[in-house]
Design a protein around this ligand. Structure first.
Ligand code: DGJ
Length: 730
């Protein structure tokens, strides 16, 4: 803890200073490898952010930041607040807004104490306690810093120390304050099969809000991830950029407010839309974390830090292995039986992947799931389709030397189901209004503990009956319309929050009992991905759009925020592009197939079998290495991405034609990144289609220096639309 007696002079702060001449300010720096976030509890006991940028060589000098830069005309002394309270002297967007038991809506939060705990060599946790001097409301802010990766997670706990109920009208996780000449926001929008479309614009004064009100899955329209570049839009390797995201799978809200002093206030948390939360006397509310990573070396560096952090600290089994698979969704849809599946199990083995994944359509008897209008909720095998049950399929897989995984969509119900007939009160719907469907289905009320037990029971039942079940694809295909919980009765404004908390409770119970089994977080349309959910899942489904040309773009954008090991990429027949292009694109992540193996022409079959073997040879580099984006498909006719292992001894470089106009291709060498300049490397083309030869000279030795300054031309053109190169140190 460091003390400083002078502080930057603000009109109101001066008054306060006079009134408490003895008070001293407290400087609280949060340092990571390259950055410092510096907070200051000033003489008025307000806690403000005084700095977020490159860390100083001498930490004592953080004391001098505020007087050096704090010439702003901030009438309130709160523009830079670490957690802006509403209703007292604040004039801007608050982080917290409450209604006290007596109906009063004011709050002012003053510094009480702080402490820093070292969680490990890499991780520290700052706990900062603030309190209102008039009302017994306490807020504890947490800053968990991950030193090596320059990542900070922030969240808050709000405690109601009053005798009556405190209503939380807004309850953000983080309230950041950035200083720069100008700010450029990169945000994402989308819809089914059009996920992760980026838009970059300069932020102007006022508030830009990113949010979701979809209830179950934010990503359909607007994923919670974003980037803020400072002074100019960051490029792949240059510029200052902060990535941010709330770790919450439901409704979120991020306000980016360029304030009157030209500084950027970033306030992010659960969306308070229709969600005023009641805290009874003595109760606390803890928000989900908001994460940020700050880099001065461009978007690539920020993404490698975030991916590294995710593999080490968030994503389930982030440094582990994954199963390659054959999925039957696009080859059979709902139309299968034991005979068809027996053939697919053989195809799985023939293809050489680890597992067969049985998709939607295996359940429901009174209302069999033969289409998407019926059966959701009735998780018993359809006797007419699968008379011998899942157990015999698991056995069949084992007999074929492959593993078996299964699809579920446990949060959902079709109105045409026994579950709906038995438990209409478990279904989210307005009691006095017509039902309204998304994909002919409704969402179950996970705010209700009985529904939580039911959903847990679906998974628990499957695992108990089939201990060898190796994988779960957990789907979520509906948003929440007509939000209303029969269970919550008069407390409807708790619904959106309690739904998500209910889901997390179920997932924690599943993970407590089945810690290791890989699970895919799936949602047809928009994916459903954030770092709260990814604690429970090993991978996510980026999009139903598996056209590889589209996927080059979709995976490119997701990769800024999520590591390749978490990206489930399936080869399908969605596109007319050659099977090689499809497999190469899907190999930049967790490779899977959803094609009819038995119908593949001989050379295609030979190609995919070899490609699976090749993938097994380089998957460690893709899954656990560092990703470097070399050529941006939005700016070039060729997209190029490389993954480099930690020792810089092996790399794999993927190159794709993305512009099919006449004579387009890679006309010049593409410069690599992330290699060791002093090492010597050989380059070999892999995933060659049977009967084709590579023009790449395998015997030529290049230094890393050469490859990073001059590069290598993969000779991508319309005849070689996809080229994968292995780069090995000699
Ligand atoms: C949506 C998923 O994205 C698909 O892969 C498939 O599992 C269907 N749901 C099944 O209904």
């Amino acid at each position: 803890m460091k003390f400083r007696s002078s502080l930057f002079l603000l009109p109101l702060a001066v008054l306060a200073l006079k009134n408490s001449a003895k008070a001293q300010s407290v400087i609280i720096p949060i340092e990571t490898a390259n950055n410092a976030l510096v907070l200051e509890a000033n003489n008025n006991h307000d806690v403000n952010t005084v700095y977020f940028g490159p860390k100083l060589a001498d930490s004592k000098e953080y004391n001098h930041i505020a007087p050096a830069v704090g010439k702003d005309n901030d009438y309130t002394g709160q523009m830079a607040s670490v957690y802006t309270p509403a209703g007292s002297r604040n004039l801007l967007e608050p982080a917290i807004a409450v209604t006290h038991a007596d109906g009063n809506q004011s709050l002012d939060l003053k510094y009480v104490s702080h402490k820093v705990d070292k969680v490990s060599d890499d991780v520290s946790l700052l706990t900062l306690v603030l309190k209102d001097n008039v009302y017994n409301t306490e807020v504890t802010l947490y800053y968990k810093s991950y030193f090596k990766d320059d990542v900070i997670e922030q969240w808050s706990t709000i405690r109601n120390g009053e005798k009556g109920t405190l209503v939380l009208n807004k309850f953000a996780s983080a309230n950041l304050y950035l200083k720069a000449g100008s700010f450029y926001l990169t945000q994402y929008h989308g819809d089914w099969a059009k996920e992760m479309r980026p838009e970059t614009s300069q932020l102007t004064h006022g508030i830009k809000t990113l949010d979701s009100k979809l209830g179950t899955r934010a990503d359909l329209f607007q994923p919670p991830v974003f980037m803020v570049s400072m002074d100019k839009p960051a490029t792949e390797d240059e510029g200052t950029v902060m990535y941010g995201s709330i770790e919450w799978s439901g409704n979120y809200r991020t306000d980016l407010e360029l304030d009157p002093e030209n500084n950027l206030r970033v306030i992010s948390g659960i969306n308070n839309y229709a969600s005023a939360y009641q805290l009874k006397a003595g109760e606390s509310f803890t928000t989900p974390p908001f994460l940020s990573v700050l880099s001065r070396n461009g978007k690539g560096d920020a993404s490698r830090k975030l991916q590294h952090w995710a593999r080490n600290y968030k994503l389930l089994d982030g440094n582990g292995n994954r199963l390659t698979l054959l999925n039957n969704w696009e080859s059979t849809y709902f139309d299968f039986d034991e005979t068809k599946l027996a053939a697919l199990l053989k195809d799985t083995k023939k293809l050489g992947v680890d597992m067969f994944l049985l998709d939607d359509g295996w359940f429901g008897n009174k209302y069999p799931r033969n289409g998407d209008h019926s059966g959701l909720g009735d998780w018993q095998e359809t006797k007419t389709k699968l008379p011998n049950g899942i157990a015999s399929l698991v056995k069949g897989a084992t007999d074929n030397g492959v593993k078996f995984g299964i699809w579920v969509e446990p949060e959902m119900v079709n109105p045409k189901s026994e579950l709906y007939e038995k438990h209409p009160d478990w279904v989210i719907k307005q009691p006095k209004r017509d039902e309204y469907y998304f994909r002919n289905q409704l969402v179950l009320d996970l705010a209700n503990p009985a529904v939580q037990d039911f959903v847990f029971g679906i998974l628990d039942g499957l695992f108990t009956k089939n201990p060898d079940l190796a994988y779960i694809k957990w789907d979520c295909n509906a948003v929440i319309y007509n939000a209303y919980s029969a269970y919550l009765k008069k407390d409807q404004s708790q619904f959106y929050v309690d739904y998500m908390r209910g889901l997390y409770k179920v997932l924690s119970r599943i993970r407590a009992k089945y810690p290791k089994v890989p699970m895919m977080l799936c949602s047809g349309g928009g994916g459903r991905v954030d770092y709260n959910a990814l604690q429970y899942f090993t991978e996510f489904w980026p999009s139903d759009n598996t056209d590889p040309l589209e996927r080059v773009f979709i995976q490119w954008e997701y990769s800024y925020f999520y590591p390749a090991i978490s990206s489930s990429n399936h080869v399908t027949d969605w596109s007319k592009l050659p099977v090689k292009y499809r497999v190469d694109v899907a190999s930049m992540g967790k490779l899977g197939f959803d094609i009819v193996i038995s119908k593949l022409p001989e050379n295609d079959l030979k190609f995919v079998q070899d490609a699976v073997k090749n993938f097994n040879g380089f998957k460690d580099i893709v899954w656990h290495g560092d990703q470097y984006r070399l050529l941006d498909p939005r700016e070039n006719p060729v997209a190029s991405v490389a993954y480099v292992n930690e020792a810089k001894t092996s790399a794999v470089m993927f190159n794709y034609l993305v512009n099919y106009r006449y004579d387009e291709g890679s006309k010049a060498p593409i410069r690599l990144k992330g290699l060791d300049p002093a090492k010597q490397y050989k380059i070999k083309e892999t995933n060659l289609y049977p009967g084709t030869k590579s023009g790449i000279n395998e015997n030529q030795i290049y230094s890393g220096d050469f490859l990073m300054k001059i590069g290598i031309n993969p000779h991508v053109n319309s005849g070689r639309s996809s080229v994968v190169l292995m780069i090995e140190a000699v």
